[in-house]
Design a protein around this ligand. Structure first.
Ligand code: PHE
Ligand code: NA
Length: 500
């Protein structure tokens, strides 16, 4: 592996890791999750989850990638041949996510353009589901391609594959060095404008008002762990892949703290900006703040257009900047997630980088067109929910159980991390990863499965969820085992080689 690509600078690696972490989850998921789970009081379970699970797992994934220097499947195969499937499973999950994540970025791009003259008119909701997405009344059929989504989708794939074709240092690193500072500046503009709007303080009061009773509710802790996992891109194979491009001598633990705190800082900022804007709109329309809180597609593509409509001045500009932020945050995450399978197929099938990008990115791009059809939103919604619940979170749980309990590798990884990092990890790191985290995640998974068996997600018919939800999540795991059946080049697995 003498010619494995490497990051040019430590800052480049950290920016790329932050670029992956900071995504739509920060902007449209965190504010609503915090609000629904105790407001100001949510910060207690949230910080607990960050410090005992989020950052320890980031350190674990950074150390795995750095020590074994491979894509996720190669890393797990080198750790122990029996567990290669875990790497492929995570890569397959990432593949699924990338197919629809690209489509959401395409919507954001369209909306940046629509913002200029508020093309959505007085009824942004009807515009989104009717004029723009042309959504049919029931789930299950694709319908024709929607050109308004398809065209920006092509652009998203051209940018992403263009960056990846250029490689790690000249592609991913440079793209993040440009996109992340731009994102931070644009987002600060949005937040500063939002907090100075009339009604901002009402919104912030609603967001930060602590409901201390909620801390006793297990559901709130589950929400905090779920948010931290998704938000830090843990269990997606991403951080393993990115850290496999680190030079031999580098710091791991400190980088994990920086990445973790930067991501949470961005979430807090998003919470402040989003709730200030919601407070403004509530005051304009004379309704309470809790009536306008929303997350996901509804927040970004319905509520924000409403806010933009109400704006005192420069409506178009505010809209363009807001949707540009979504686009940038999304692109840096998409780049990271596509890199997981580009790296994996490149190593396993001994392809050139160009071929791996064209094959991996191309396959995802083709499948993503399904979500750019008229019925695409239903497929997207079901796939997103199930792949997160029974993909990312479950693979993260299996990852800690395998490493801490089955292979008992924590001690060895601790030694590796400490031999190169400024900051030492020790028995508390092993205790959090081997004790607290698997128990809480295990409980969470158990509850989740029960809930989803009892109640069909989103009121969709079970026939639809069977393939578009459960089926997609199961297919990722099956793909993991199938890909493991392909044999590695022996020389690649023999590791660590003396020569390196
Ligand atoms: N961490 C990302 C977020 O908060 C999640 C993500 C990463 C999604 C990479 C897709 C790809 O949005
Ligand atoms: Na995030």
């Amino acid at each position: 592996m003498e010619n494995r690509p490497q990051w040019g600078t430590r800052a480049g690696f950290i920016l790329a890791a932050i670029g992956s972490a900071v995504g739509l989850g920060n902007i449209w998921r965190f504010p609503a999750v915090a609000y629904d789970n105790g407001g100001g009081a949510f910060f207690v379970p949230y910080l607990f989850a960050l410090l005992t699970a989020g950052i320890p797992l980031l350190i674990l994934e950074f150390t795995l990638g750095h020590k074994y220097r491979g894509s996720a499947p190669l890393t797990y195969a080198r750790l122990n041949k029996k567990f290669e499937w875990l790497g492929w499973w995570q890569v397959a999950i990432s593949f699924v996510i990338s197919t629809y994540y690209a489509v959401i970025i395409a919507w954001a791009m369209s909306y940046a353009v629509f913002s200029i003259n508020q093309k959505w008119g007085d009824a942004p909701k009807d515009f989104l589901y009717g004029d723009y997405l042309q959504l049919p009344a029931t789930a299950g059929s694709a319908g024709g391609i929607v050109p308004g989504v398809f065209i920006p989708l092509l652009l998203v794939w051209m940018i992403t594959m263009g960056v990846l074709l250029k490689g790690v240092k000249r592609g991913i690193e440079i793209a993040n060095k440009f996109m992340i500072p731009t994102l931070v500046i644009l987002f600060l503009v949005i937040v500063l404008r939002a907090v100075t709007l009339d009604g901002a303080s009402e919104g912030l009061d609603a967001f930060f008002k602590p409901d201390w009773g909620s801390i006793a509710d297990p559901k709130v802790w589950v929400a905090a762990y779920g948010q931290i996992f998704f938000s830090l891109s843990i269990g997606f194979a991403i951080m393993i892949t990115y850290s496999s491009y680190l030079p031999k001598k580098t710091d791991l633990t400190n980088s994990a703290f920086i990445t973790g705190f930067a991501n949470s800082g961005f979430e807090l900022l998003a919470g402040i900006g989003v709730f200030s804007a919601l407070g403004f709109m509530a005051v304009q329309q004379g309704i309470p703040v809790d009536k306008v809180v929303s997350e996901g597609v509804g927040l970004a593509f319905v509520v924000f257009p409403q806010i933009i409509n109400e704006f005192p001045a420069f409506n178009g500009l505010f809209g363009v900047v807001f949707f540009a932020c979504l686009t940038l945050a999304g692109l840096t995450s998409l780049i990271s997630i596509v890199e997981t399978y580009v790296a994996a197929v490149q190593e396993k099938f001994k392809l050139t980088r160009t071929k791996a990008v064209l094959a991996g990115g191309g396959a995802s791009a083709v499948i993503s067109v399904l979500f750019a059809t008229k019925g695409g939103l239903y497929f997207l919604d079901a796939a997103d929910y199930f792949i997160n619940q029974f993909g990312v979170a479950l693979a993260g749980l299996v990852e800690v159980v395998v490493i801490a309990w089955v292979l008992r590798e924590l001690k060895g990884l601790e030694t590796h991390a400490n031999s190169i990092s400024d900051m030492m990890v020790g028995s508390s790191w092993r205790f959090f990863l081997g004790g607290v985290t698997p128990l809480i995640l295990g409980y969470m998974m158990f509850q989740n499965i029960l809930t989803n068996i009892k109640v069909n997600y989103g009121d969709y018919p079970i026939e639809f969820l069977a393939y578009a939800g459960w089926g997609v999540a199961a297919a990722a795991l099956v793909a993991g085992f199938l890909l493991m059946a392909v044999k590695w080049d022996r020389k690649l697995i023999a590791f660590p080689s003396k020569k390196e």
